[in-house]
Write a protein that binds this ligand. Structure first.
Ligand SMILES: N[C@@H](CCC(=O)N[C@@H](CS)C(=O)NCC(=O)O)C(=O)O
Length: 238
């Protein structure tokens, strides 16, 4: 277990950041979090932490400093999937990446399917009003990869689960409220298809299992997300 200085720059609203928050929680780490207001980012954030100006990012090592004044001596690391592997490496006893080479490959293959199939189709629906059919096809592929019981890969929670869970959570709470840039009723219909039809029974059980965990409850605030989405994402407020 690492004893180096570590700050996670995050934002409650961001599903990519939630991935990393979940991984720390699963590792039993009470990581120091610094909330970045995405609509009013501090001027030091891009130059001193992440030139891409996105969360999540980590400052690792270096002297103990105020997170709002990051040290040039700490290593800055960004990109949620890189950070998931970093957390798994920092806390090997949490086994967030299994030791077995086949299972490690399965974890990475699952994450690849989430990145290349589920996320693009979900964003196309939620943000551009494209057809939900592609989401159904992507989730059928993802569902087929899930272990018959337990988690994505085997019976232990891994970074594969942290990679998908925040997006299933947002699909759940946004589609059920019909919140997205699609025609009225499309989201509610997609919610029924994904979260209620027997076709997705394994995915539904999987989602129930991952969202029952303390790591989920500590990092997912449904009321906050719905309010933010209505007010800021789709409300036009800057
Ligand atoms: N590929 C990045 C995506 C991160 C990302 O898009 N973060 C968003 C918030 S969810 C962000 O910080 N956007 C910058 C902004 O809103 O200005 C990752 O996986 O970490």
């Amino acid at each position: 277990m690492s004893t180096a200085e570590l700050t996670l720059y995050t934002a409650k609203v961001c599903p990519f950041a939630q991935r990393v928050e979940i991984a720390f929680a699963e590792a039993g780490s009470n990581v120091a979090k610094y909330q970045i207001d995405l609509k009013n980012k501090p001027e030091w954030y891009a130059p001193k932490v992440n030139p891409a100006s996105k969360v999540p990012a980590i400052a690792y090592g270096g002297p103990k400093v105020d997170p709002a004044d990051p040290s040039p001596e700490s290593t800055k690391i960004a990109e949620s999937l890189v950070l998931l592997e970093f957390v798994a490496d920092l806390y090997p006893s949490a086994a967030l990446l299994p030791a077995d080479p086949v299972q490690r490959a399965q974890v990475r293959f699952f994450i690849d399917a989430v990145s290349t199939k589920f996320l693009p189709s979900y964003f196309a629906l939620a943000l551009r009003g494209e057809s939900p059919e592609k989401v159904y096809a992507a989730l059928a592929d993802v569902q087929a990869l899930l272990s018959p019981a337990g988690f994505a890969v085997g019976d232990k929670y891994t970074i594969a689960d942290a990679a998908i869970a925040p997006f299933l959570g947002r699909a759940d709470i946004m589609l059920k409220r019909d919140l997205g840039r699609y025609e009225p009723g499309v989201g509610a219909g997609a919610y029924k298809e994904i979260f209620e039809t027997p076709k997705f029974a394994r995915l539904q059980k999987y989602y129930a299992d991952v969202s029952a965990r303390p790591s989920w409850k500590a990092t997912f605030d449904e009321d906050y997300l719905v309010d933010y989405t209505k007010r800021v994402t789709f409300g036009g407020q800057k």
